[in-house]
Design a protein around this ligand. Structure first.
Ligand SMILES: [Zn+2]
Length: 568
């Protein structure tokens, strides 16, 4: 090859990770040569320098491989001199990755990658730190740990390191606080030596709506892969499918013979001419250009040559094991929450009556207080074994001076006999409040949420603490609202806030790969403000300790109801 051509190749290799990986015949951890053939959509995002990138994708997009190659390329060519943090939800996932992906990558590519690996010195080839030329690649399990005082939490794995780029793989399995901590690790970044130039990458299969990767995606410029047809038309399979699945996916007339030859039996239809349109020629088109700081990429099985569009359509119409959620999340790359998992505001409003919120009550009332900096208070009565009437809610903003003083006042006005509030984060003032309330004939229980399903609710008399199974009480209030077992006041601005905050969490399945167990946890969604939901949870716990209210109006209303039926 003439030297000018060689120079050209060198330049191309230096400037584009995909070109470098192809020209150097990099072998992936599965043993196959890196190729963009059939995965043309990968090429643009391997040279994308946006400060943030977000991949919301179905399984098997190849983006983790693409990102690790991009990181290695950047370190070999000196773009990321301060190194890269590649984060996983926990140490177990990190170790798995190191063993099954990283080690083969080094073994298969001794000349291209292995030779740049500096071995020796301190811990540079330990499982969690690799030294590439002069920069560190940190592989880390990112989890929030409680600090010694138990009051606040920190991310141990990410402290003390500074990097130019960070990749968070399986973002939906991480806690939201992690992202803020990792951003802090980029504060001194200098990609290409440019002060302040950094990149953070989020990768995830979506799970719940408005949470994790879906919430990051919503804040991105939302790019979709538009494929170009020979007729000149452009089609985005991901968008067309949700518009009209049967219109998006066409069927080959000779389906049976194609099936026998292991060929796809369906195709994505061009929106212009109606003929099959492949996915190799295309481009990413942003749909929310105002969010240009974060480039978002959505990818589904429809943009994979290993998947048959006819099969995808079949699974969408007839979900295996009736699990439409996993079809939408894992095949179509979109978030999904059912009403079993996430309350909708309409369900909360359906519990609203025409009653106003009175300034006092004869009781006996129960009270739930979310002990955040602004106290959120739910006061109500029990009307049956598992039925309630909510009398009034408060969001107390000005408690800096008087702490729980205002709430003691409410205890008297509403004849509150039983109250539950969370022990943390303001444990001292909660204890003080607990002692003060006794003078007004109200027993206060300090709540500690637990993750143990063995006991739903455990009142410990001598310490005044109630241990509550967190998922269990969220399940209970979910059911109470879905079944209209609670009567709410008439809608107003405050009740609208209450409704919103009741919906700001979702029941989510977590799989502990090491222990091979499945646990369900409620996680925050939306703006993450779920104070009133917690206050409602505490109210329901507190109400188990008060008798039924003799609210005359309620009894009368019930009687009217019975009489109406008896007439019929
Ligand atoms: Zn066409």
């Amino acid at each position: 090859m003439p030297s000018d051509d060689l120079k050209q190749v060198e330049l191309m290799c230096a400037s584009h990770a995909a070109y470098w990986a192809k020209a150097n015949r990099i072998r992936l951890s599965n043993g196959q040569l890196f190729s963009t053939e059939g995965r043309e959509y990968q090429v643009p995002f391997m040279r994308d320098e946006a400060p943030e990138k977000c991949y919301m994708k179905a399984t098997g997009c190849g983006v983790s491989d693409a990102e690790i190659l991009e990181c290695l390329h950047g370190m070999i060519y000196g773009r990321y001199r301060q190194g890269v943090l590649y984060g996983f939800p926990n140490d177990g996932d990190m170790m798995d990755y190191s063993k099954t992906r990283w080690t083969p990558l080094i073994q298969f590519n001794p000349a291209q990658i292995g030779k740049h690996l500096t071995i020796g010195g301190k811990k540079t080839d330990a499982a969690d730190v690799k030294r590439i030329r002069n920069a560190n690649l940190y592989l880390r399990g990112l989890r929030m740990m409680p600090t010694a005082d138990g009051e606040s939490r920190q991310s141990v794995a990410a402290t003390g390191i500074h990097v130019d780029k960070a990749v968070l793989d399986e973002t939906d399995q991480m806690e939201e606080e992690i992202i803020g901590k990792v951003r802090g690790r980029l504060s001194n970044a200098r990609i290409d030596g440019v002060r302040g130039k950094s990149q953070i990458v989020y990768i995830g299969n979506p799970s719940d709506e408005d949470r994790g990767i879906d919430s990051l995606w919503q804040g991105s410029d939302q790019r979709y892969w538009y494929r170009k047809c020979e007729c000149g038309g452009w089609t985005c399979a991901e968008l067309e499918f949700f518009e009209d699945p049967e219109k998006c996916v066409g069927m080959y007339p000779d389906r049976i013979s194609r099936m026998e030859n292991f060929q796809p039996t369906g195709y994505v239809r061009c929106t212009k001419c109606g003929k099959p349109v492949g996915q190799r020629v295309g481009r990413w088109v942003p749909t929310k250009k105002e969010n240009s700081r974060r480039h978002g990429f959505n990818w589904s099985y429809l943009t994979s040559e290993n998947q048959d569009p006819a099969h995808i359509l079949h699974c969408y119409r007839h979900p295996p094991e009736n699990n439409i959620g996993d079809v939408i999340r894992l095949m179509l790359g979109r978030a999904y929450s059912s009403t079993d998992e996430k309350l909708r505001k309409e369900s909360v409003y359906a519990c609203c009556s025409l009653d106003g919120m009175p300034d006092s009550h004869d009781g006996p009332c129960a009270m739930g207080v979310d002990n955040d900096d602004n106290k959120h208070v739910v006061i109500g009565v029990r009307t049956g074994p598992e039925t309630y009437k909510l009398v009034r809610v408060f969001a107390l903003n000005d408690v800096t001076q008087n702490r729980f003083g205002q709430i003691l006042d409410l205890i008297q006005r509403y004849r509150v006999k039983s109250c539950v509030t969370d022990l943390r984060p303001n444990a001292d003032s909660a204890r003080e409040f607990q002692r003060a309330a006794i003078r007004y004939g109200c027993r206060v229980w300090l709540c500690e949420y637990t993750e143990s399903p063995l006991q739903d609710c455990n009142f410990i008399d001598n310490s005044g603490i109630v241990k509550v199974y967190r998922t269990g009480i969220f399940d209970t209030t979910h059911r109470v609202i879905m079944n209209s077992q609670i009567v709410l006041p008439r809608r107003n601005k405050l009740i609208d806030d209450f409704a919103q905050q009741c919906c700001n969490c979702v029941k989510s399945k977590e799989i502990d790969k090491r222990k091979r167990t499945v646990v369900f946890r409620y996680k925050k969604t939306g703006n993450g403000n779920d104070h009133f939901r917690n206050a409602l949870n505490y109210f329901v716990v507190a109400a188990s300790k008060v008798g039924r209210s003799r609210d005359r109006r309620f009894e009368l209303a019930n009687k009217d109801c019975v009489m109406d039926y008896s007439v019929i």
